[in-house]
Design a protein around this ligand. Structure first.
Ligand SMILES: NC(=O)c1ccc[n+]([C@@H]2O[C@H](COP(=O)([O-])OP(=O)(O)OC[C@H]3O[C@@H](n4cnc5c(N)ncnc54)[C@H](OP(=O)(O)O)[C@@H]3O)[C@@H](O)[C@H]2O)c1
Length: 354
């Protein structure tokens, strides 16, 4: 009997000692995990503080990359604001967009406001197959230090795939994907030859994960993200900076379908505020939203599971689509003779109720 008790207490001691080592091992793993997370979080906080301080107070000398910058899609919105921001830093600007008259107006204003030179290249990127040699001839004798592949189109408002017209689908591919690829192919050789230059690709936060009801748009923006990251690795050692910008909503013509998104605020900046912040990140961050409140949003989103993102995007885009439908209906009503007295205040009031 005593032998059985001895064996049992021996076994129990053995098990307890194994469990203790097992517990110690688990505690060690836990400590390593916690330390890693704390270090990661501290690094992100320090980076965020550096980002805010840098974009507020620091600005690199952009002319050192070259005396000219090319901006595509620059007659409105972010592209136009970007061109003004770069010109304010002393860069001459090559404006590539469609609409000769609008281009001439922007060019004149930039020259008068900042005393720099401009060059205009009227191009419709949706029909640009044979336009690229023309663009090449305009830029080849200029020292291009910065290329901003900004041009982009979205649907008129969030929609289901089959509701998007085929012409718009072609536009999304030609303008959002082909233009950035071909423009980079045109400009990069002279940058590589000089051993310095910056390529800025305008993606979107819609590229983080697939975004329902902006399906093709988000896919084209994911292309730009992949393109930028791989290109950066290929040309980093040749002195080239490739930056991918992934902003959330910016109040421009692109977001005009929604009353909520057209009103500039801290989370939805105007094109000017966005461009000022984004230009300050050149040479500082190669993959960024370009605007620190958007970076906080992206940081939160990096922790949510894909299923939750899909669920939220679907609901948000349902609401925005309905808002756009009501807005279109109200505009039609406003233009109809029977309701010609319908005021802008009524329209805004109705959209807010939506
Ligand atoms: N606004 C946002 O919330 C937001 C968020 C994330 C990313 N982005 C991205 O930021 C970029 C700029 O957007 P935005 O909001 O500033 O848009 P926007 O206000 O609509 O301006 C787009 C500019 O591109 C030009 N453009 C459009 N189609 C063109 C074509 N086929 N050929 C030549 N030029 C063309 C427009 O010229 P026209 O006047 O002739 O049309 C305009 O100058 C886009 O790549 C967009 O995807 C925007």
């Amino acid at each position: 009997m005593a032998a059985v008790v001895d064996s049992f207490s021996f076994l129990a001691k053995e098990i307890i000692s194994v469990l203790t080592s097992f517990r110690d091992a688990l505690a060690l793993i836990g400590a390593i995990y916690a330390a890693r997370k704390t270090l990661g979080l501290s690094y992100k906080v320090v980076s965020a503080i550096r980002f805010v301080l840098y974009t507020k107070f620091g600005r690199r000398d952009l002319v050192r990359y070259g005396h000219w910058a090319v901006v595509t899609g620059c007659t409105h919105g972010i592209g136009k604001a970007y061109a003004y921001e770069l010109a304010s830093g002393g860069l001459n600007i090559i404006l590539v967009s469609r609409g000769l008259k609008k281009l001439q107006e922007v060019a004149k204003d930039i020259e008068e406001s900042f005393g720099v030179q401009t060059c205009i290249v009227p191009v419709d990127f949706n029909e640009a197959d044979d336009a690229y040699p023309g663009i090449q001839s305009k830029i080849q004798d200029k020292e291009v230090g910065i290329l901003v592949n900004n041009v982009g189109v979205m649907y008129d408002y969030p929609q289901f795939f089959l509701d998007v017209q085929p012409e718009r689908l072609w536009q999304l591919v030609n303008v959002n994907v082909a233009a950035a690829t071909m423009m980079t192919h045109l400009v990069l050789p002279q940058m590589v030859a000089r051993g310095r230059g910056v390529v800025v690709n305008m993606s979107s936060s819609a590229c983080f994960l697939p975004t329902p009801q902006m399906t093709v748009y988000s896919a084209t923006k994911a292309y730009l993200d992949c393109f930028s990251r791989a290109l950066q690795v290929e040309y980093k050692d040749r002195g080239i900076i490739v930056q991918c910008l992934m902003p959330w909503y910016v109040a421009t013509r692109m977001t005009q379908y929604s009353e909520t998104l057209s009103d500039p605020s801290t989370l939805i900046p105007s094109a000017q505020v966005y461009a000022r912040n984004a230009v300050a990140t050149i040479g500082f961050s190669s993959r960024t939203t370009g605007y620190w409140p958007h970076s906080i949003l992206s940081w939160f989103c990096s922790y949510i599971p894909e299923s939750l993102w899909m669920w939220f995007s679907m609901r948000l885009n349902n609401a925005l689509r309905q808002q756009a439908h009501r807005r279109i209906k109200m505009k039609k009503l406003k233009h109809s003779e029977s309701l010609s007295s319908f005021s802008d205040e009524d329209l805004a009031q109705q959209s807010k109720q939506d």
